[in-house]
Design a protein around this ligand. Structure first.
Ligand SMILES: [Fe+2]
Length: 234
C-alpha cells in the first residue's frame, strides 16, 4: 500500500483486552492515514480510547481526526445495554480533534456522545478527506442508520455496520430502513471493484475479504429482488 497506513484493531483483542463486553461485541476500530506524514484519523473510536491512541503511537502515528461510520454507542461511545461505553468524549479530552460524520448522522452522534456541533464536520456523499497525501472518500450508505458512511481508500472499504463478510447491519433498530439497505447493497456499493478489500465494523464471519469473494459468499448479497428482500428483512 506504499504510504497508505491502514490498521485494523479488534476490540477485546488488540485493545480493551480486559473488557469482556468489548470482546463479545467484536467491534473493529481503524486507523487510516499517511505513513510518511505520521498522521492518521481513527474510525469509530470506542471501548478503550487510550488503548487505541497507544496503538497509533506505537506505529509513530498521531491522530488528527475521527471518523464516525454511524452514531451507535459501540462505535462512538455512549450508553447502550446499561453500559457506558467510552468513545468520542474521551478522545476529545486527551486528543482533541474534529469528528467527521454524514450530515444526517450529526444529531445522533451529538445525542449519544454529548459532543458539541462545533466538534463535528458534516459531510455529503462523495466528500474527500485528505490525511497527509492520502485521500479518504465518504460514501453515504443508508439502511442501518440514515447517515451511515463507508470510507473508501484506494483499494479498501471501511464499511462500519453497513456490510459484514457474512451479513449486513440490522435494519430493525431506530432509523433502520430495509429498502435503503437493499439499495445500498445492490446499487450504492455494487460498482466497487472486486479486488477492493472490505473491512467491516464487526468481526462477524471474518475480519476482511475481497469484495469479489463477499459478493459470492455473503447470503444477503444473493437476494435478487426487493420483494424477497422485504420478506427476509421486514
Ligand atoms: Fe450499529
Amino acid at each position: 500500500m506504499g504510504r497508505v497506513y491502514l490498521k485494523q484493531l479488534l476490540a477485546g483483542r488488540d485493545f480493551a483486552e480486559s473488557d469482556f463486553a468489548a470482546g463479545q461485541m467484536m467491534n473493529f476500530v481503524y486507523l487510516i492515514g499517511d505513513r510518511d506524514a505520521g498522521e492518521c484519523v481513527v474510525a469509530d473510536p470506542a471501548w478503550d480510547v487510550d488503548g487505541i491512541i497507544a496503538a497509533a503511537e506505537a506505529d509513530g502515528m498521531k491522530i488528527t481526526g475521527a471518523l464516525a461510520t454511524h452514531y451507535h454507542p459501540d462505535h462512538v461511545g455512549g450508553e447502550i445495554f446499561g453500559m457506558n461505553i467510552q468513545g468520542l468524549p474521551r478522545l476529545m479530552e486527551i486528543n482533541p480533534c474534529k469528528t467527521h460524520v454524514h450530515k444526517l448522522e450529526a444529531d445522533g452522534v451529538r445525542m449519544v456522545t454529548g459532543l458539541a456541533d462545533s466538534d463535528l464536520v458534516k459531510h455529503e456523499s462523495g466528500d474527500v478527506l485528505k490525511v497527509g497525501e492520502v485521500e479518504i472518500e465518504m460514501l453515504h450508505t443508508p439502511g442501518h442508520t440514515p447517515g451511515s458512511l463507508c470510507f473508501r481508500l484506494k483499494d479498501a472499504l471501511i464499511a462500519g455496520d453497513t456490510l459484514f463478510l457474512q451479513g449486513c447491519g440490522r435494519v430493525d433498530l431506530p432509523g433502520g430502513d430495509p429498502d435503503e439497505m437493499y439499495y445500498t447493497l445492490t446499487q450504492r456499493l455494487s460498482k466497487l471493484p472486486g479486488d477492493m478489500i472490505l473491512f467491516p465494523g464487526h468481526a462477524y464471519g471474518g475480519e476482511h475479504a475481497a469484495m469479489e469473494k463477499v459478493r459470492r459468499t455473503n447470503p444477503y448479497l444473493q437476494i435478487k429482488d426487493i420483494n424477497t428482500w422485504r420478506r427476509h428483512m421486514g
